[in-house]
Design a protein around this ligand. Structure first.
Ligand SMILES: *[C@@H]1O[C@H](CO)[C@@H](O)[C@H](O)[C@H]1NC(C)=O
Ligand SMILES: *[C@@H]1O[C@H](CO)[C@@H](O)[C@H](O)[C@H]1NC(C)=O
Ligand SMILES: *[C@@H]1O[C@H](CO)[C@@H](O)[C@H](O)[C@H]1NC(C)=O
Ligand SMILES: *[C@@H]1O[C@H](CO)[C@@H](O)[C@H](O)[C@H]1NC(C)=O
Length: 225
């Protein structure tokens, strides 16, 4: 068959799609991701143990993956290696107060550590760094900030409590205001109806029935409120 024939051209087109898909897979495969979770700050009490969370994901898997935890960017506090997905990491080096608590054979590649007997000088930046030789030595890191306190007084909670208090108070005031307004309107209506009742007998075209005046007034009140 001649190369320029329509049949040859038809076969060339389907080959273009896998080529484009291949490029896409290539881009995704190198997306090594490292994460410390939703928040990037953690608070710990003086002398307590604190979990420093970290997980990573790879698309093509990993081999002889290296992970390192740094304090304030420079001080290495944990250094581990993982042969493959089938094995747990082995320790290369660590600070004696740091303990590995993760697991890499489960669903998540959890490489969290626990820092024991937290001191005030431990406050700072903790970086979880991952390097995957299987992804052409792709590396990525995530950072979490530790603050050390004497007492757990969470600023966020105080703010939340204040907001809840203020909003609750405002809603309460609004309800009270509406209630008072309704009662006042009801009383006004009642007194007016009372006067009307006197007029009913004379005019005759008022559809307010005796005894239902109160409930009708209540139903009519909201649109006017
Ligand atoms: C922190 O904990 C240590 C050990 O219990 C204690 O000696 C120290 O007073 C604590 N520091 C503060 C500021 O509470
Ligand atoms: C990682 O493992 C630690 C210790 O078991 C656990 O507390 C933490 O929740 C795990 N993190 C994730 C994201 O699974
Ligand atoms: C670590 O960094 C924090 C600020 O990010 C700083 O306050 C603290 O002194 C540093 N700690 C050490 C031991 O360098
Ligand atoms: C973390 O990654 C950033 C780039 O994303 C890089 O500038 C920084 O040096 C890395 N930190 C460490 C401790 O590897």
């Amino acid at each position: 068959m001649a190369p320029g024939s329509p049949a040859a051209r038809r076969r060339a087109a389907p080959r273009l799609l896998p080529a484009l898909l291949g490029l896409h897979i290539f881009a995704v495969a190198f997306a090594l991701e490292v994460s410390v979770g939703k928040t990037n700050t953690v608070m710990a009490l003086n002398n307590s143990n604190v979990l420093l969370p970290c997980t990573f994901t790879t698309c093509i898997g990993f081999q002889d993956l290296v992970f390192t935890w740094y304090f304030n960017s420079t001080e290495m506090i944990y250094h581990g290696k993982i042969k493959s997905k089938a094995s747990e990491p082995f320790l290369v080096g660590r600070n004696p107060r740091v303990e590995f608590v993760g697991s890499t054979t489960g669903k998540d590649n959890n490489i969290s550590i626990v820092l024991k007997n937290v001191e005030f000088s431990d406050a700072g930046k903790y970086t979880c760094h991952v390097k995957n030789p299987k992804e052409k030595d792709a590396q990525h890191n995530a950072t979490i900030f530790l603050t050390v306190v004497q007492k757990m007084v969470e600023a966020d909670n105080t703010v939340t409590l204040i907001i809840v208090g203020v909003v609750g108070g405002l809603i309460g005031l609004l309800i009270l205001f509406m209630l008072v307004k309704r009662v006042v309107l009801f009383i006004i209506k009642k007194t007016q109806d009372g006067k009307k009742e006197c007029l009913v007998s004379s005019s005759g075209n008022d559809n307010t029935e005796n005894g239902l005046a109160g409930s009708k007034a209540e139903q009519k009140a909201p649109p006017k409120a």
